[in-house]
Design a protein around this ligand. Structure first.
Ligand SMILES: [Zn+2]
Length: 733
């Protein structure tokens, strides 16, 4: 969904994440609007600065740094609060100037003026929200809590300003006579739609109703999240006999003892429903009853008829969203959401899911049969059930693929893997990377690279922040300190982009060695970075990774493919001690293993997707019985008892307290584009110049300036075909 630049500041912190295969996986949404400078006499400006307590605040001094990098060494925690206060005040004034402009509304004085609003705020927010993810501390967290509602209110100042809407509407109504470029037309349409979707066309009574619905929905989504958190934290399985630990590796036992100590059960072992605790238990424990116990604990979070029960909360949220959609003129909440996504409507999403579901469920049934066979051969004498899945999948994986991480990791040192990333960036896009040691950085872990094109022209600055540490949240993502855009004076601004990951630090002389998946993540995140670097648009809200959620993972997904090509592996996947290139048979083993258990993975993901869509295609605004509703949806689709949706209703935070309502399908949707796009390279040559150029020209450089589907067809000459995704997961031959 495109929001107004300033309104999106708030969501920026939430949207920055870009984690592979993970829940919160979305692309960065940092905006970079620039306001027209208001020229003031020197003494007035100084007095204002003093009054606003921003004298000497680096956010309001000229950044005399190479490439206009933020002067991290000068920015202190105490600078953010006053900087935000002042920048928000200025942004408000600028909005008023646009709204009350005595001149007739035009594209430039209204739409473009809004786009370039809040220059200072962008400057502060870009640094702040990058750091609250990558390098936070309690002070920054406190500022974040304080500033969130203020940014939210600023968003309302735009969206609910009737004068502003009147001007936007006036421009919109003459859009066909204005001679606009396609990107300008899209900007105008998106702005206008943004207002309408926010309720600008409603009468006063309806507006009041909308505000009431928004308020209730917000309250309930917060409650939902709190309930999940409480359920997660409250549930524990305390073990006090050593035989209950049968099968568990020592590090898992140690962690459980540590948890027990923290929770006042010293001398015992505690397991919780948190994944790092639950998953190893399900995989390794040989105690079937205890596996069932922790599995039930996990799958019944929010479904225990206690104070933290989420059944009614979820059902109410879905009902209220349905009512809100209808108030705004949509049949369902899904229609409201999907209108601004590539998918356009729920029918298109269902059509796509229906092409994948049968193959996934068929494969899942094969997997169950294989595990039952193993149980029978072992003389287990019981019927396989859902809580057995991870345990037997691991046993089969070991027996069939016999793949030990310690054998593969030496071939993927972090340093060499990064070289592999740079190699493909050079072969595909002609990018060159030169490390700089003189640029400001926010932490000593950060490395900075100057990225240039084949003519030596600067493309942008690439920051890497690879190591796990306190103050960095989990996962991997890309974000920008500055997006590519063209400012109001026509100057092309070059991007400053960061990839943040959570790799282990090198120990002693040993470099950081990556698992195959971790190495793949580096290529994935660089795909997002390439989307940012090769961007060639004008308006900041449209450039780089500012594309719909169901499209944004596509460029990153594609990039994972190059890593496994023998030609690329030969360049970088070398044993860190001997320099020997990874043997091809080992690569084949890794790839075969990666297709293992995909029936399960795809089915559990898709079951959650179907649940999400079902809740958000309710048309009557009625409150449902959550358990009954969920059971019926999954039964109708023929989900097998041995698999639960990746998220059941009562702990499906993405859709009931995150931003993924009617959007959980986005991951697989992007994957389909990714697999199909790579097929073009397979057909034409993995570094085929023409294909790479078409990819840049139609996808990577375009950002959100045109309809993504139309762009995709220009690149590929046809629509994406889901069969390449099914193949890549081994679901069809
Ligand atoms: Zn991603």
């Amino acid at each position: 969904m495109k929001k107004l630049a300033i309104a999106s500041m708030v969501s920026m912190a939430l949207l920055m994440a870009c984690e592979k295969e993970k829940a919160q996986d979305t692309a960065p949404a940092a905006k970079d609007p620039v306001a027209k400078e208001v020229v003031k006499p020197a003494e007035t400006a100084a007095a204002e600065k003093s009054e606003a307590n921003i004298e000497g605040n680096p956010f309001f001094e000229k950044w005399d740094t190479p490439f206009g990098m933020p002067p991290f060494d000068q920015i202190k925690n105490e600078h953010y609060g006053p900087a935000f206060e002042y920048a928000i005040k200025k942004a408000k004034e600028e909005i008023e100037l646009v709204a009350n402009n005595p001149e007739e509304p035009t594209f430039v004085n209204t739409i473009e003026a809004l786009e370039y609003n809040g220059k200072d705020l962008t400057k502060v927010a870009n640094v702040f929200f990058n750091l609250t993810s990558a390098n936070t501390n309690p002070e920054l967290q406190a500022i974040s809590r304080e500033i969130g509602p203020k940014l939210s209110a600023l968003g309302d100042d735009v969206n609910l300003n009737p004068q502003l809407f009147a001007r936007v509407k006036a421009v919109y109504e003459q859009k066909d006579k204005l001679g606009l470029r396609p990107d300008q037309m899209k900007l105008l349409e998106d702005r206008y739609k943004g207002f309408v979707r926010g309720g600008a066309e409603l009468d006063d009574e309806q507006k009041a109703r909308l505000r009431e619905l928004n308020k209730k929905i917000t309250e309930l989504t917060i409650k939902f999240g709190d309930n999940v958190l409480a359920e997660n934290n409250n549930w524990e399985m305390v073990l006090d006999k050593e035989e209950q630990l049968a099968g568990l590796p020592q590090n898992v036992i140690d962690a459980a003892a540590e948890t027990a100590k923290k929770r006042g059960h010293e001398g015992k072992w505690v397991f919780t429903t948190h994944r790092p605790s639950k998953n190893p238990f399900l995989i390794y424990s040989t105690n079937r009853d205890l596996r069932e116990k922790i599995y039930k604990g996990y799958t019944h979070r929010g479904d225990n008829d206690n104070a933290n029960d989420n059944k009614k909360v979820a059902a109410k949220i879905a009902a209220l969203r349905s009512q809100k959609a209808q108030l705004l003129g949509y049949k369902t909440h899904a229609d409201f959401v999907l209108e601004s996504r590539v998918a356009k409507n729920a029918e298109n999403v269902y059509n796509l899911l229906n092409q994948i579901w049968p193959a996934a469920i068929k494969q899942a049934k094969n997997e169950v049969a294989a595990m039952q066979k193993m149980i029978d051969e072992e003389g287990g004498g019981f019927k396989f059930r859902a809580s057995d899945w991870r345990h037997y999948a691991e046993k089969i994986r070991k027996a069939k693929y016999d793949l030990d991480e310690s054998v593969t990791k030496p071939y993927f040192s972090l340093e060499d893997t990064l070289k592999g990333v740079f190699y493909i960036a050079n072969k595909l896009y002609g990018m060159n990377f030169k490390e700089r040691f003189d640029l400001p950085k926010y932490h000593e872990d950060v490395r900075t690279f100057e990225v240039t094109d084949p003519n030596g022209e600067l493309i942008g600055i690439y920051l890497t922040d690879h190591f796990v540490r306190d103050g960095k949240r989990g996962g991997a993502w890309m974000n920008s300190y500055r997006k590519q855009f063209v400012d109001e004076n026509g100057k092309f601004r070059k991007p400053i982009i960061v990839n943040v990951l959570n790799y282990p630090r090198p120990v002693g002389d040993e470099p950081t060695l990556l698992t195959f998946d971790q190495a793949s993540t580096l290529f994935h995140e660089f795909g997002h970075a390439a989307h940012g670097f090769l961007s060639n648009g004008v308006y900041p809200s449209q450039t780089g990774t500012s594309v719909p959620r169901d499209f944004v993972e596509f460029p990153s997904q594609v990039h994972e493919n190059w890593m496994t090509e023998p030609e690329v592996l030969a360049q970088f996947a070398k044993h860190y001690k001997t320099g020997e290139v990874i043997p091809q048979e080992l690569v084949e083993k890794i790839q075969a293993a990666s297709k293992f258990n995909q029936g399960f993975a795809t089915t559990e993901y898709m079951a959650a997707t179907l649940l999400d869509l079902a809740w958000h295609t309710i048309e009557d605004g009625e409150i449902r019985d959550a358990d009954e509703f969920e059971a019926k949806v999954l039964k109708d689709y023929g989900l097998i008892d041995e698999i639960a949706p990746r998220y059941r209703t009562t702990y499906f935070s993405h859709i009931f307290s995150g931003g993924y309502s009617a959007g959980y399908y986005s991951y697989i949707w992007s994957d389909i584009f990714g697999a199909d796009a790579y097929q073009a390279f397979r057909e034409n040559g993995i570094f085929d110049e023409k294909t790479a150029k078409a990819f840049v020209d139609n996808i990577l450089s375009k950002g959100g300036t045109e309809d993504p589907l139309a762009l995709y067809k220009k690149f590929r000459g046809k629509e994406a075909d889901p069969k390449y995704l099914l193949k890549s997961r081994g679901l069809i031959d």
